[in-house]
Design a protein around this ligand. Structure first.
Ligand code: G6Q
Length: 528
């Protein structure tokens, strides 16, 4: 706190004046990644103190426990092992006295064989035609990750058309079915629990649609289940050959690395899917082995905590300067907010400080023409992560130069703002009268001093995307340790699932077990 008081009034620009080497010192390089975090309201001492804080919080031990499969998801008594799904060097990892690695390899092999058959056209639908369309049916973690990655890697995509159905909104499922040829569409029902209302309802509707023009025996040619609930899959009508198993140590929001990522594997082929995993593994190794002060996920997590808990910033905005990453802010929103949206610490006590940051964002340059106004001139402090790629995939130099110029210009403008003298000079040059200048001045001044991290990556490849996702996963993990909360349960989400079922019973039975007058009024309005 003393350090915060010392530097809180120092602007980012003044930090640059005080330390001419700052840009170099506050930049990190790793493989194809470059992170410049010098445009922040902090100095080297801040990072040093955050490193000490992390040590005191037992981060090193926590990282080992995480990767070694200790049951760190204590409220559900589970290990958190999405990292094992992308580990290519380990032969053995014991969970409840069972080595889980051979099983991971077996699932990956099954994904490889299956996706090869679908992509090559060897797998035939019920009329003997090859598959042309893939539909992923799932919600939350069983949707957001696969959707985001499939979009992000569109450049590497094969001939298969891919759709995602998530919402229980019947219009959503019907709009997608309208575009799916029944003879050549493969449905992936992705639900770890196979008990999620939205997914099961959509799966039943799709099955009915399918059976209206084919027979039960054809189901196995068009439906795949990805789940850990073998009993429910059987009830749905699928046998073990059409099942890809998920394990309970794979958290939904971190499941794209598992068989839940089958839609990714089908879209870009197994080799590219493996590259995605390998990129994530490489970033995991960086996270585990790099000293705190040079560690990318750690530095990002320190900066997040710094603004959240000292400057009381409430949100963080993510701006990828590529249209491919249009769903990345959405994906991170779940990964971060579901993990760290907790108000009870690891001892079960209410926390006395802010935890999970609100994550939002959209692509640049589009966002510049929309909500950037509030970041530049609004009343709130909104730290931003700018993410860009040095090379564009179609090598459109004119476009890429403009895109990157906007990225750099915005981080510069957010930091510098526009000073009174600059505004006066600008208006004088445009021949404004001194009266008009006085009147316009307050509106045209930008206070600046808005913090940004610049994440510049060589190219959007499957490998680099894997590393980017893993970078943020480790940031989220670290913040959970610093805030002393459990990041891997989601009781708030479970509550939502229960409540909807209760109201549904009321709607269908016409009885009334709802206590609240407002809810009752809404139900009545809907029913009659
Ligand atoms: C993720 C959450 C949640 C979950 C969905 C779908 O971590 O637990 O988003 O992924 O509720 O759950 P199922 O995969 O069990 O259908």
């Amino acid at each position: 706190m003393r350090h915060f008081d010392e530097i809180k009034m120092t602007s980012i620009e003044t930090h640059f004046t005080n330390d001419p080497d700052r840009a170099k010192r506050m930049s990190l390089k790793w493989e194809d990644f470059f992170i410049d975090y010098s445009k922040n309201r902090l100095n080297s001492k801040t990072i040093l103190l955050m490193c000490e804080f992390a040590k005191e919080a037992g981060l090193e031990k926590a990282i080992n426990a995480y990767f070694e499969g200790e049951k760190i998801n204590q409220t559900e008594n589970r290990a958190v092992l999405h990292t094992a799904l992308r580990n290519f060097s380990m032969d053995s990892l014991l969970i409840d006295n069972k080595n889980i690695i051979p099983e991971i390899h077996a699932v990956r092999k099954k994904m490889k064989l299956f996706s090869n058959k679908i992509i090559s056209g060897e797998w035939k639908g019920f009329t003997g035609k090859s598959i042309t369309h893939i539909v992923n049916v799932g919600i939350g973690g069983s949707d957001l990750g696969p959707l985001m990655v499939t979009e992000a890697l569109e450049f590497y995509k094969n001939h298969l058309t891919t759709f995602f159905i998530s919402n229980v909104d019947g219009d959503h499922v019907n709009e997608v079915l309208k575009k799916c040829p029944i003879e050549t569409t493969l449905f992936l029902i992705v639900s770890k629990s196979f008990n999620t209302q939205e997914t099961i309802t959509n799966a039943k509707t799709i099955k009915k649609w399918f059976l209206s023009n084919s027979s039960e025996v054809s189901l196995s040619k068009h439906f795949i289940a990805i789940s850990s609930n073998t009993q429910k899959i059987k009830e749905y009508g699928l046998t073990k050959e059409n099942v890809f198993l998920m394990k309970n140590w794979t958290g939904g929001r971190f499941s794209l690395w598992s068989s839940a990522g089958l839609s990714i594997c089908l879209s870009i082929g197994y080799e590219n899917f493996e590259k995605l995993l390998k990129g994530a593994e490489a970033m995991d190794i960086h996270f585990k082995k790099t000293p705190f002060e040079k560690n990318m996920p750690l530095i990002l997590s320190f900066i997040g905590v710094w603004y959240n808990n000292f400057y009381n910033a409430e949100t963080e905005v993510i701006i990828p300067y590529t249209q491919y990453l249009r769903s990345f802010p959405n994906y991170l929103q779940q990964a971060s907010m579901e993990s760290n949206g907790k108000s009870v610490d690891r001892n079960g006590e209410n926390v006395t400080y802010q935890t999970g940051t609100i994550i939002w964002g959209s692509t640049g340059t589009n966002a510049q023409h929309a909500f950037f106004q509030l970041i530049h001139q609004g009343t709130r402090l909104i730290p931003a992560d700018f993410i860009g790629f040095k090379n564009s995939l179609y090598k459109e130099k004119e476009h890429q130069d403009q895109l990157i110029a906007n990225f750099f210009a915005q981080t510069e403008a957010l930091m510098k703002g526009k000073k009174k003298s600059e505004v006066i000079r600008e208006l004088e040059l445009a021949n404004y009268s001194s009266k008009s200048i006085d009147r316009l001045l307050p509106f045209k001044i930008f206070k600046g001093n808005c913090p940004t991290n610049s994440i510049l990556i060589k190219e959007l490849t499957p490998y680099n995307l894997g590393a980017l996702i893993s970078l943020y996963e480790s940031k989220i993990f670290t913040q959970g340790i610093l805030w002393n909360i459990f990041s891997y349960d989601q009781w708030g989400v479970e509550l939502g699932k229960e409540l909807a079922n209760k109201i549904l019973i009321t709607i269908n039975s016409r009885s009334n077990n709802i206590q609240n007058k407002s809810t009752e009024q809404l139900i009545n309005l809907y029913r009659f």
